[in-house]
Design a protein around this ligand. Sequence first.
Ligand code: MRU
Length: 359
Amino acid sequence: MKINDVEYKTIWFDEEKQVVKIIDQTKLPHKFIIKELSSVKDSINAIKTMEVRGAPLIGGTAAFGLVLAIKENNSLDFIKKSSEELVASRPTAINLQWAVHRMNNKLSFVEPGNLFNVALNEAKEICKEDEAFCESIGKNGLNIIEDIYNKKKDTVNILTHCNAGWLATIDWGTATSPIYHAHKKGIPIHVWVDETRPRNQGANLTSYELNEEEIPNTIIADNTGGILMQRGQVDMCIVGTDRTLSNGDVCNKIGTYLKALAAHDNNVPFYVALPSSTIDWNLKNSKDIPIEERDPKELSHVDGINKDNKVDKVLIYPEKSKSLNLAFDVTPAKYVTALITEKGICEASTEGLNGLFKN
Ligand code: MRU
């Protein structure tokens, strides 16, 4: 996808400098800064501070984090310790644990002298695969948008929450990929972008990337979706997910559940787009998903651009007030119209997912 008309991926390996390069998402939309990660510590820090975020992208960053770990010290002990620290850096999104596990499987029984090259190739492969999967999600989701357009013969209004765009993946995005595909096909689209407090990924990232691709969009406060649905101004919702259980329950950015309830009450279809790396085939009960509780300062302080053109933080709550910052919630499968995956579209249920992935 493009920024200022230049094609970018969200992460890549600079062969000459032997470092990983990322777009620092904490500075967007005000500053476009490419940052270098040269150690596993840098990678962990980038994930923790959300310089990179979004389930597939933190998976890719963890894979490259292990490449950097091996560059520093290729002993088994260091690889094991780095793997554990990477997995603990953000607990909810399953892609992180999936990528670290896949890297470790690939590295077992590899001669010490080959570890770096094998790890680098596998990290690149994880990213290439994610890009291909997100592109397929787009082609599959395009059919849904096209059906709505064929019936309506007018602009399709899509509501999305958080950023499940190309900035959350390697390219294309999950929820945005069908939108980008529909736009490229000439279907008129308008996106309602949930601001997504407290980190404002909708306003800062989704709206930003849609603008760069010239897709009409409007930022709304998180509580506005309900009235828009009651007024018939939303044709469909598409969101991403950080972890989807094999029974179809969807864990995603805090506030997704409330949007799904409003969609259900107003007969608005509610889709979830995901690559298979986001499916947790092991956990059976959504109550067991570790829900990240982040620093309350993310609620009480807001980032903006100050008069010196620098990104700055300001306090917006009473200094003595307490706040609780849960980062994700779970939408039960019964509120999800369907899952859009790289293999096709299926019901959010064990039967639906098994039909696509287990047969
Ligand atoms: O906290 P974040 O920004 O990493 O959370 C990401 C999300 O919850 C997104 O909505 C997304 O759908 C999951 S990644 C495609």
